[in-house]
Design a protein around this ligand. Structure first.
Ligand code: PEP
Length: 252
């Protein structure tokens, strides 16, 4: 049985005071969370250390929204994997569509970052997904396959147990448009089969594949009950404790 992983990507939202408030509210409402769910929060870098202290003793895990691929050096404003570890991060989001489209991150760079994260014992949430134009042009599967093959190139099967994949159709991120449960399930199954071809059936059966793209309390249950959808990566709806907790509470 795969665990369900509900994660909140705060993006560039919440200053330190607001972050403390949101984490306190999440903690205050998380008592009845079932055992089979992992909850991860991804606040901005400046709140990570405080968040780490605040979640100690609670079943909330911590991750960062990105990292640099080098260990250290003259890379002004960048943050390394070991820095993230030092403030208590267990996870890191890599390849988010905003990093790809706004900041020009390529599949090749994401592959290097994934390798670096594994080498530093960080668990990556590897984001993939097609644009609306690609879906309408009928190239969705080849786009996803290309992202998976390039992103995971040279990564051994032993690392994949620490990998989460987030399928996030770009057209559904922050737009209010959600993939239907059937559309999402079709792609999740396609990704799981790709992992089976690349690695093994066992690894494919065990890997967590989250859906992301306008997940909210009203659509979460229908998505999360699909057989190959193992959780959600949530943007907008993770910014208030009420809606984040409401999504968590849809998981049975
Ligand atoms: C995201 O940024 O990963 C995301 C899924 O955002 P939203 O839930 O706002 O669409």
């Amino acid at each position: 049985m795969r665990r369900t992983v509900i994660a909140g990507n705060w993006k560039m939202n919440k200053d330190l005071t607001e972050a403390i408030k949101l984490i306190s509210e999440i903690k205050g409402n998380l008592d009845s969370k079932p055992e089979n769910i992992d909850v991860i929060i991804f606040p901005p870098y400046i709140s990570l250390e405080t968040a780490s202290a605040l979640i100690k003793g609670f079943s909330i895990k911590l991750g960062a929204q990105n990292m640099h691929q080098e260990s250290s050096g003259a890379f002004t404003a960048e943050i390394s994997a070991s820095m993230l570890k030092s403030v208590g991060c267990e996870y890191v989001i890599l390849g988010h569509s905003e990093r790809r489209s706004i900041f020009g991150e390529t599949d090749e760079l994401i592959n290097i970052k994934l390798k670096k994260a594994f080498s530093e014992d960080l668990k990556p949430v590897f984001c993939i997904g097609e644009t609306l134009e690609q879906r309408e042009a009928g190239t969705m599967q080849s786009v996803i396959k290309n992202q998976v093959l390039k992103g995971l190139s040279g990564i051994p099967e032993s690392d994949i147990k620490n990998l989460i994949i987030a399928y996030e159709p770009v057209w559904a991120i922050g737009t209010g448009k959600t993939a239907t449960p059937e559309q999402a399930e079709e792609v999740h199954l396609f990704i799981r089969n790709l992992i089976s071809d690349l690695y093994s059936n066992e690894t494919a059966e065990n890997i967590i594949i989250q859906y992301g793209g306008s997940v909210k309390p009203s659509n979460a249950e229908s998505l999360l009950t699909q057989p190959n959808i193992d959780g959600a990566l949530i943007g907008g709806a993770c910014l208030t404790a009420d809606s984040f907790i409401a999504v968590i509470n849809t998981v049975v």
